[in-house]
Design a protein around this ligand. Sequence first.
Ligand code: NAI
Length: 257
Amino acid sequence: MSETTSASTASAPVVVTGAASGIGAAVVGRLLADRIPVIAADLSWPADAPERPSVHRVMLDVRDPEGWAAVAELAAASTAAAGALAGLVNAAGITRRARMENVTAEDFELAFAVNATGPALGIKALAPLMAGGASIVNVGSAAAVTAHYAVAYAASKWALRGITKTAAMELGSRGIRVNIVHPGYIETPMTASASVAFRDINVELTPLGRTGSPAEVADVISSLLSPATSFVTGAELAVDGGLTAHGGGLPIARAIS
Ligand code: NAI
Protein backbone atom coordinates (compact mmCIF):
# COMPACT_ATOMS: atom_id res chain seq x y z
CA MET A 1 0.00 0.00 0.00
CA SER A 2 1.39 3.41 -0.92
CA GLU A 3 2.08 6.10 1.67
CA THR A 4 -0.76 8.23 0.32
CA THR A 5 -3.43 5.65 1.06
CA SER A 6 -2.13 4.00 4.21
CA ALA A 7 -4.41 5.89 6.61
CA SER A 8 -7.57 5.51 4.56
CA THR A 9 -8.67 2.24 6.09
CA ALA A 10 -12.37 1.61 6.49
CA SER A 11 -12.20 1.69 10.28
CA ALA A 12 -10.15 4.87 10.78
CA PRO A 13 -12.38 7.66 12.11
CA VAL A 14 -12.83 11.24 10.96
CA VAL A 15 -13.47 14.13 13.38
CA VAL A 16 -16.21 16.56 12.24
CA THR A 17 -16.95 19.86 14.02
CA GLY A 18 -20.24 21.71 13.72
CA ALA A 19 -21.64 18.20 13.37
CA ALA A 20 -25.05 18.88 14.93
CA SER A 21 -26.34 21.08 12.13
CA GLY A 22 -26.28 22.03 8.47
CA ILE A 23 -23.16 21.17 6.49
CA GLY A 24 -21.41 19.39 9.39
CA ALA A 25 -24.41 17.12 9.94
CA ALA A 26 -24.53 16.33 6.22
CA VAL A 27 -20.84 15.40 6.30
CA VAL A 28 -21.53 13.00 9.18
CA GLY A 29 -24.35 11.42 7.16
CA ARG A 30 -22.17 11.03 4.10
CA LEU A 31 -19.29 9.49 6.06
CA LEU A 32 -21.65 7.00 7.71
CA ALA A 33 -23.04 6.05 4.31
CA ASP A 34 -19.43 5.37 3.31
CA ARG A 35 -18.96 3.26 6.49
CA ILE A 36 -16.45 5.65 7.98
CA PRO A 37 -16.74 6.09 11.77
CA VAL A 38 -17.12 9.64 13.01
CA ILE A 39 -16.25 11.61 16.11
CA ALA A 40 -18.94 14.27 15.88
CA ALA A 41 -18.25 17.48 17.81
CA ASP A 42 -20.46 20.45 18.53
CA LEU A 43 -21.21 23.00 21.24
CA SER A 44 -24.28 21.04 22.31
CA TRP A 45 -26.56 18.26 21.13
CA PRO A 46 -30.36 18.10 21.19
CA ALA A 47 -31.56 15.70 23.90
CA ASP A 48 -33.58 13.78 21.31
CA ALA A 49 -30.75 13.38 18.78
CA PRO A 50 -30.90 9.71 17.74
CA GLU A 51 -27.98 7.50 18.77
CA ARG A 52 -26.19 6.14 15.74
CA PRO A 53 -23.67 3.33 15.71
CA SER A 54 -20.25 4.48 14.46
CA VAL A 55 -20.88 8.04 15.68
CA HIS A 56 -19.25 9.19 18.89
CA ARG A 57 -20.80 12.50 19.89
CA VAL A 58 -18.76 14.96 21.92
CA MET A 59 -19.31 18.48 23.19
CA LEU A 60 -16.62 20.85 22.01
CA ASP A 61 -16.18 24.58 21.84
CA VAL A 62 -13.65 24.88 19.03
CA ARG A 63 -12.21 27.99 20.72
CA ASP A 64 -11.04 25.91 23.68
CA PRO A 65 -7.59 24.24 23.46
CA GLU A 66 -8.43 21.97 26.43
CA GLY A 67 -11.57 20.83 24.63
CA TRP A 68 -9.44 19.92 21.62
CA ALA A 69 -7.03 18.03 23.90
CA ALA A 70 -9.97 15.96 25.16
CA VAL A 71 -11.06 15.23 21.57
CA ALA A 72 -7.47 14.20 20.75
CA GLU A 73 -7.48 11.83 23.71
CA LEU A 74 -10.74 10.28 22.54
CA ALA A 75 -9.49 10.09 18.95
CA ALA A 76 -6.29 8.39 20.10
CA ALA A 77 -8.35 5.76 21.93
CA SER A 78 -10.69 5.32 18.94
CA THR A 79 -7.83 4.95 16.49
CA ALA A 80 -5.92 2.41 18.55
CA ALA A 81 -7.07 -0.41 16.27
CA ALA A 82 -7.07 1.58 13.02
CA GLY A 83 -3.59 2.99 13.59
CA ALA A 84 -4.30 6.61 12.75
CA LEU A 85 -6.96 9.27 12.48
CA ALA A 86 -8.23 9.47 8.89
CA GLY A 87 -9.22 13.11 8.88
CA LEU A 88 -10.71 16.28 10.28
CA VAL A 89 -13.52 18.42 8.88
CA ASN A 90 -13.69 21.90 10.39
CA ALA A 91 -17.31 22.81 9.65
CA ALA A 92 -18.19 24.69 12.87
CA GLY A 93 -18.72 28.35 12.17
CA ILE A 94 -20.65 31.44 13.15
CA THR A 95 -21.78 34.44 11.20
CA ARG A 96 -21.53 38.08 12.30
CA ARG A 97 -23.66 40.27 10.07
CA ALA A 98 -22.52 43.73 11.15
CA ARG A 99 -21.36 45.97 8.30
CA MET A 100 -18.23 48.14 8.30
CA GLU A 101 -20.11 51.13 9.73
CA ASN A 102 -21.24 49.36 12.91
CA VAL A 103 -18.92 46.37 13.34
CA THR A 104 -17.39 46.00 16.81
CA ALA A 105 -14.16 44.59 18.17
CA GLU A 106 -16.27 41.82 19.70
CA ASP A 107 -17.60 40.85 16.26
CA PHE A 108 -14.04 40.41 15.04
CA GLU A 109 -12.94 38.54 18.19
CA LEU A 110 -15.84 36.09 18.03
CA ALA A 111 -15.66 35.50 14.29
CA PHE A 112 -11.92 34.96 14.31
CA ALA A 113 -12.01 32.76 17.45
CA VAL A 114 -14.60 30.34 16.02
CA ASN A 115 -13.94 30.52 12.26
CA ALA A 116 -10.15 30.78 12.16
CA THR A 117 -8.45 30.07 15.50
CA GLY A 118 -10.79 27.11 16.18
CA PRO A 119 -9.87 25.20 13.01
CA ALA A 120 -6.17 25.98 13.58
CA LEU A 121 -6.36 24.63 17.15
CA GLY A 122 -8.05 21.51 15.77
CA ILE A 123 -5.32 20.93 13.21
CA LYS A 124 -2.66 21.45 15.87
CA ALA A 125 -4.34 18.99 18.27
CA LEU A 126 -5.21 16.24 15.79
CA ALA A 127 -2.47 16.26 13.14
CA PRO A 128 -0.12 14.36 15.49
CA LEU A 129 -2.63 11.46 15.40
CA MET A 130 -2.64 11.35 11.59
CA ALA A 131 -0.48 9.41 9.16
CA GLY A 132 0.20 9.65 5.43
CA GLY A 133 -3.08 9.65 3.51
CA ALA A 134 -5.00 11.58 6.16
CA SER A 135 -6.96 14.58 4.99
CA ILE A 136 -8.14 17.81 6.61
CA VAL A 137 -10.93 19.88 5.07
CA ASN A 138 -11.77 23.38 6.25
CA VAL A 139 -15.09 25.01 5.42
CA GLY A 140 -14.48 28.52 4.12
CA SER A 141 -17.08 30.56 2.27
CA ALA A 142 -17.73 32.48 -0.92
CA ALA A 143 -17.10 35.39 1.46
CA ALA A 144 -13.50 34.14 1.82
CA VAL A 145 -12.67 35.02 -1.77
CA THR A 146 -14.72 38.15 -2.41
CA ALA A 147 -15.84 41.35 -0.74
CA HIS A 148 -18.76 40.64 1.59
CA TYR A 149 -20.86 43.08 3.62
CA ALA A 150 -20.44 41.04 6.83
CA VAL A 151 -16.91 42.28 7.34
CA ALA A 152 -15.82 40.34 10.47
CA TYR A 153 -17.16 37.08 9.06
CA ALA A 154 -15.49 37.67 5.71
CA ALA A 155 -12.16 38.57 7.33
CA SER A 156 -12.22 35.46 9.51
CA LYS A 157 -12.84 33.26 6.47
CA TRP A 158 -10.04 34.97 4.51
CA ALA A 159 -7.83 34.13 7.52
CA LEU A 160 -8.89 30.49 7.30
CA ARG A 161 -7.50 30.35 3.77
CA GLY A 162 -4.09 31.35 5.11
CA ILE A 163 -4.31 28.73 7.84
CA THR A 164 -5.27 26.11 5.23
CA LYS A 165 -2.34 26.87 2.95
CA THR A 166 0.15 27.07 5.80
CA ALA A 167 -1.06 23.76 7.26
CA ALA A 168 -0.83 22.17 3.81
CA MET A 169 2.78 23.35 3.58
CA GLU A 170 3.71 22.21 7.07
CA LEU A 171 1.99 18.80 6.99
CA GLY A 172 2.79 17.87 3.39
CA SER A 173 6.04 16.14 4.29
CA ARG A 174 3.99 13.72 6.43
CA GLY A 175 1.60 12.97 3.55
CA ILE A 176 -1.28 14.82 5.24
CA ARG A 177 -3.42 16.93 2.89
CA VAL A 178 -5.23 20.15 3.86
CA ASN A 179 -7.82 21.81 1.61
CA ILE A 180 -10.65 24.32 1.88
CA VAL A 181 -14.11 24.38 0.30
CA HIS A 182 -16.00 27.60 -0.28
CA PRO A 183 -19.79 27.12 -0.13
CA GLY A 184 -22.08 29.64 -1.74
CA TYR A 185 -25.64 29.99 -0.45
CA ILE A 186 -26.49 26.65 1.19
CA GLU A 187 -29.87 25.96 2.83
CA THR A 188 -28.99 25.52 6.53
CA PRO A 189 -30.08 27.03 9.86
CA MET A 190 -27.35 29.65 9.38
CA THR A 191 -28.83 31.00 6.16
CA ALA A 192 -32.40 30.51 7.40
CA SER A 193 -31.67 33.36 9.81
CA ALA A 194 -30.69 35.73 6.96
CA SER A 195 -33.10 38.03 5.14
CA VAL A 196 -35.17 36.96 2.15
CA ALA A 197 -33.46 39.72 0.17
CA PHE A 198 -30.07 38.08 0.86
CA ARG A 199 -31.33 34.73 -0.42
CA ASP A 200 -32.99 36.25 -3.51
CA ILE A 201 -29.93 38.19 -4.64
CA ASN A 202 -27.71 35.13 -4.13
CA VAL A 203 -29.99 33.07 -6.37
CA GLU A 204 -30.01 35.88 -8.95
CA LEU A 205 -26.21 36.06 -9.01
CA THR A 206 -25.65 32.29 -9.05
CA PRO A 207 -25.27 30.97 -12.63
CA LEU A 208 -26.98 27.67 -11.69
CA GLY A 209 -29.93 29.79 -10.55
CA ARG A 210 -30.60 28.11 -7.23
CA THR A 211 -29.29 27.58 -3.73
CA GLY A 212 -27.26 24.53 -2.72
CA SER A 213 -27.96 21.76 -0.24
CA PRO A 214 -25.74 20.64 2.65
CA ALA A 215 -25.46 17.22 0.95
CA GLU A 216 -23.92 18.84 -2.15
CA VAL A 217 -21.17 20.34 0.02
CA ALA A 218 -20.75 17.08 1.95
CA ASP A 219 -20.20 15.17 -1.30
CA VAL A 220 -17.30 17.47 -2.24
CA ILE A 221 -15.82 17.24 1.26
CA SER A 222 -16.10 13.47 1.10
CA SER A 223 -14.14 13.50 -2.14
CA LEU A 224 -11.42 15.67 -0.56
CA LEU A 225 -11.21 13.21 2.34
CA SER A 226 -10.81 10.25 0.02
CA PRO A 227 -7.80 8.90 -1.90
CA ALA A 228 -9.55 10.09 -5.11
CA THR A 229 -7.91 13.45 -4.42
CA SER A 230 -4.56 12.09 -3.19
CA PHE A 231 -2.46 14.77 -5.00
CA VAL A 232 -4.66 17.72 -4.00
CA THR A 233 -3.47 19.85 -1.10
CA GLY A 234 -3.50 23.55 -0.25
CA ALA A 235 -6.35 23.87 -2.77
CA GLU A 236 -9.55 25.90 -2.68
CA LEU A 237 -12.73 24.55 -4.18
CA ALA A 238 -15.86 26.63 -4.73
CA VAL A 239 -19.14 24.79 -4.09
CA ASP A 240 -21.29 27.74 -5.03
CA GLY A 241 -23.14 27.11 -8.31
CA GLY A 242 -20.73 29.48 -10.05
CA LEU A 243 -21.39 32.47 -7.76
CA THR A 244 -17.77 33.53 -7.33
CA ALA A 245 -16.52 32.43 -10.76
CA HIS A 246 -18.09 35.28 -12.73
CA GLY A 247 -16.69 38.05 -10.53
CA GLY A 248 -19.48 40.42 -11.49
CA GLY A 249 -19.57 39.28 -15.12
CA LEU A 250 -23.05 37.81 -14.86
CA PRO A 251 -25.03 41.04 -14.36
CA ILE A 252 -22.87 42.67 -17.03
CA ALA A 253 -23.61 39.87 -19.50
CA ARG A 254 -27.30 40.11 -18.71
CA ALA A 255 -27.32 43.89 -19.08
CA ILE A 256 -25.94 43.79 -22.62
CA SER A 257 -27.98 40.82 -23.88
P1 NAI B 1 -25.13 25.94 11.01
O1 NAI B 1 -25.38 27.13 11.88
O2 NAI B 1 -26.26 25.13 10.53
O3 NAI B 1 -24.10 24.95 11.74
C1 NAI B 1 -22.96 25.43 12.37
C2 NAI B 1 -22.65 24.53 13.54
O4 NAI B 1 -21.46 25.00 14.17
C3 NAI B 1 -23.76 24.56 14.62
O5 NAI B 1 -24.15 23.24 14.96
C4 NAI B 1 -23.10 25.25 15.80
O6 NAI B 1 -23.53 24.79 17.06
C5 NAI B 1 -21.63 24.90 15.56
N1 NAI B 1 -20.76 25.83 16.27
C6 NAI B 1 -20.84 27.19 16.29
N2 NAI B 1 -19.90 27.69 17.10
C7 NAI B 1 -19.22 26.62 17.60
C8 NAI B 1 -18.13 26.49 18.50
N3 NAI B 1 -17.57 27.56 19.09
N4 NAI B 1 -17.66 25.25 18.77
C9 NAI B 1 -18.24 24.17 18.20
N5 NAI B 1 -19.27 24.22 17.35
C10 NAI B 1 -19.75 25.44 17.06
O7 NAI B 1 -24.29 26.51 9.80
P2 NAI B 1 -23.86 25.88 8.40
O8 NAI B 1 -24.50 26.69 7.37
O9 NAI B 1 -23.98 24.42 8.40
O10 NAI B 1 -22.32 26.29 8.41
C11 NAI B 1 -21.27 25.34 8.43
C12 NAI B 1 -20.02 26.04 7.92
O11 NAI B 1 -20.23 26.43 6.58
C13 NAI B 1 -19.68 27.31 8.70
O12 NAI B 1 -18.28 27.37 8.86
C14 NAI B 1 -20.16 28.42 7.78
O13 NAI B 1 -19.46 29.61 7.97
C15 NAI B 1 -19.89 27.79 6.44
N6 NAI B 1 -20.65 28.38 5.34
C16 NAI B 1 -22.01 28.22 5.28
C17 NAI B 1 -22.71 28.76 4.21
C18 NAI B 1 -24.18 28.61 4.04
O14 NAI B 1 -24.71 29.17 3.08
N7 NAI B 1 -24.88 27.90 4.93
C19 NAI B 1 -22.02 29.51 3.15
C20 NAI B 1 -20.60 29.62 3.33
C21 NAI B 1 -19.96 29.05 4.37
